[in-house]
Design a protein around this ligand. Sequence first.
Ligand SMILES: Cc1cc2nc3c(=O)[nH]c(=O)nc-3n(C[C@H](O)[C@H](O)[C@H](O)COP(=O)(O)OP(=O)(O)OC[C@H]3O[C@@H](n4cnc5c(N)ncnc54)[C@H](O)[C@@H]3O)c2cc1C
Length: 342
Amino acid sequence: MTVYDGHTVEYSGTSCNPGGINPFHGPAMPGIMEDFYLESYKEHLANSDEIQKISGLDFNLKVVDRLFLAFNDDDEQGLKRMQKPYRQAQSFDARWLTSSEVAQLESRISHNCVGGLFTTGNLSVNTQLYVAALKKSAQRLGAQFVDKNVREIHFAGEKATHVVVENNKIPISSVAVTSGVWTAEILKPIKPALKVRAVKGELLLVEINGPPLPLDITYGLTGLYQFKPGLYWAGGTQSGSLPEPGITAAGREEILANLRRILPGITKIACIEHDAGYRPMAEDSLPVVGKITPYENIFIGTGGGSKGVLLSSGIAKTLAGLINGDSDTGLEFLSPDRFSDE
Ligand SMILES: Cc1cc2nc3c(=O)[nH]c(=O)nc-3n(C[C@H](O)[C@H](O)[C@H](O)COP(=O)(O)OP(=O)(O)OC[C@H]3O[C@@H](n4cnc5c(N)ncnc54)[C@H](O)[C@@H]3O)c2cc1C
């Protein structure tokens, strides 16, 4: 197996996220995505020891406690609905905290909060180290990595025969296109109906004053996620990639202003780093995973959106199965064929 990626594009999703592996919220949850989210979570857990062992890299996979805050009745009802799957799943739990219990847990949270859902069981990783560990493990198991982009895919009838890398035509037995928001561009000649838009997210790496937070604290899109001792990821935003690609002063201010509202007791937030990344999002916000009809050997794995770290394991396992001839994925609803080229 050869992986081509020139790393020439800016703002890949994987370069900018706090590494949350959270199976109980996201598009179509509750709903058709429930099983795939949970399977993806289990896949991370099942393979992590082996990946650490083969790669020799510790990517800091840990269980995180997280407090989801509510500031009004609607927030409270929404969070209480989220409680059920946490309660039903092994190794997870969720319990409702009243506003005074929230204040007792962390006095720097706004007194306007009406309560919060305290959850345990979600995972997080240091994404950059996780990617490095996956790459090193794959190399040790025989995969090759080439720091170059694929320009085109060539066909004979309904079969992909070559990829073009620089000016070289390289023969292939099958190809999986997993290039985030850039996937649709490569596949445009054969799958014009596939659209993958970039939903830009900005993220800060911050230091805060006072004692360390004992858990992740979030409200809607805004949150502080524990990263390293004394350092937190602070996110996030959601916007298009245009007219301003990359980081913006407005994005930074939006995150800081929201944090000041939910955690007014934190009086100093020092910004160490400011990043932006593109979440690959299909038109229906669901992942796109499967074979492209009528081609025999072209597969696609993208559209992870805001859940791409969680889903990476499930998407990878599904693609490996499909390439090896296992067509019964149970994920036909995620097939690229749902976007009609007619
Ligand atoms: C602020 C923020 C917070 C997030 N938080 C979380 C979270 O906590 N949990 C979670 O599950 N998800 C989260 N996400 C979403 C997640 O980061 C993305 O869904 C995921 O990283 C997308 O991965 P990907 O591999 O599909 O795409 P990308 O990471 O964008 O990778 C695409 C790759 O394709 C390569 N490429 C492009 N063109 C070519 C070509 N022609 N040939 C070869 N290679 C090419 C690029 O160089 C790039 O490396 C977050 C995203 C953002 C922005």
